[in-house]
Write a protein that binds this ligand. Structure first.
Ligand SMILES: [Zn+2]
Length: 372
């Protein structure tokens, strides 16, 4: 019995020695591309069970050779912020395992490694935060190095899900956008659900529970994130996942992400956490956004410790920020601060304020923002 066959052999005779599939992250970071686009940019793997197509730098589609009208379509993205390395390593390992037949793929999968220029520079972004440029936001900053990438990634998602609508009309559509946070968090792993005026799919809530996501944050306004775009425009079950703290490449302990990794692999293999679970599935705590702190000018001051964890609660009356005549004062009995970041550009969000909501809020039709 050959137990140490190289992974190249595992791809079968129809694939060239394939660093593309063995280490898609390294391939992408090296700015490698298939020698010829078109026929040479695709092939089969997993002993002929799967087809792969390289679509663009950092954009790879995989799927079973045989699909049906109920085959789901799953978009997994990471590195939309270039310095959020662990999810990139996680997705790259997943691609390698699928291609070698070590993991099962029962759905169409689009893997997107987001901001490659920023990854190579070990930065969050080069000119503009890519996750503020979707839903057409890129048109407002045409000179930005992130603008063309936002447009390209929108188009990749649109084409992927449009094709699903035609060929797999009864298949579910998912988009999980994987991030790591800049700072520690009271809830180490949490999800942000976009505001689309439709109730959250129970299957998504069940998946979040299976992935041990401790808290869910419900947006109450539209945003220009990648997951908002795919939820709004492509009707995908979409969310942004915050999976822990940022570390440089190679310094991530992927065992820390084991629950997410397992839940992702189960989703791709076609196991549904809701199916068969008669008892109530693990449901995350739910928070809704009630306000934001806006940076108006360079005089802006955030009046909290620089390393304050996400979801830290503050009592009514606390002054959290000031900027000229502007003050942010906590209005509710308690408000929790998420994503405080005084380093953003003037005019942008320097922090979100959330309050806890009953879990039923997950399944209710979201309304407009609660006035503070
Ligand atoms: Zn991020």
């Amino acid at each position: 019995m050959i137990s140490n066959a190289s992974s190249t052999e595992a791809h079968g005779a129809d694939a060239q020695p394939n660093v593309l599939l063995d280490d898609f992250l390294a391939y992408t970071l090296a700015l490698q591309q298939p020698a010829h686009t078109g026929a040479a940019a695709q092939g089969s793997c997993a002993q002929g069970q799967l087809r792969w197509v390289w679509l663009d730098d950092g954009v790879l589609q995989l799927g079973p050779v045989h699909t049906t009208c109920t085959t789901p379509s799953v978009l997994l993205s990471a590195g939309i912020h270039g310095d959020e390395t662990a999810p990139l390593e996680l997705l790259s390992r997943l691609v390698s395992d699928l291609a070698a037949g070590r993991a099962t793929l029962a759905c169409r999968l689009l893997v997107v490694l987001g901001n490659i220029g920023a990854m190579r520079a070990a930065r969050r972004y080069l000119d503009d935060d890519l996750n503020r440029l979707f839903s057409g936001g890129y048109a407002e900053v045409p000179a930005s190095r992130e603008a063309s990438r936002a447009a390209a990634l929108e188009e990749a998602a649109r084409q992927f899900f449009t094709a699903a609508q035609v060929a797999h009309p009864r298949g579910s559509r998912w988009h999980l956008d994987l991030h790591t946070a800049i700072r520690p968090s009271v809830f180490e792993q949490f999800a942000l659900l976009p505001h689309t005026r439709t109730p959250v799919a129970p299957a998504l809530v069940a998946w979040l529970g299976a992935a041990r996501i401790a808290a869910v944050l419900l947006h109450t306004t539209k945003s220009r994130t990648y997951s908002h775009f795919s939820a709004q425009t492509c009707q995908a079950r979409a969310c942004t996942l915050e999976l822990g703290q940022v570390r440089p490449f190679g310094q991530n302990d992927l065992t820390h992400f084991a629950a997410t990794d397992t839940a992702l692999r189960d989703l791709l293999a076609g196991y549904s956490p809701a199916a068969g679970a008669e008892g109530s599935p693990r449901v995350p705590r739910v928070f809704t956004v009630i306000d934001q702190i806006t940076k108006h000018s360079e005089a802006f001051e955030l009046l909290v410790a620089a390393d304050v964890p996400n979801f830290t609660p503050f009592p009514q009356g606390t002054v959290l920020a000031r900027d000229g005549a502007y003050r942010y004062v906590v209005q509710h009995e308690q408000e929790r601060l998420v994503f405080p970041n005084p380093g953003v550009k003037p005019g942008l969000r320097a922090g979100l304020l959330v309050i806890e909501a009953p879990r039923e809020a997950l399944f209710a039709l979201p309304g407009p923002a609660v006035s503070a």
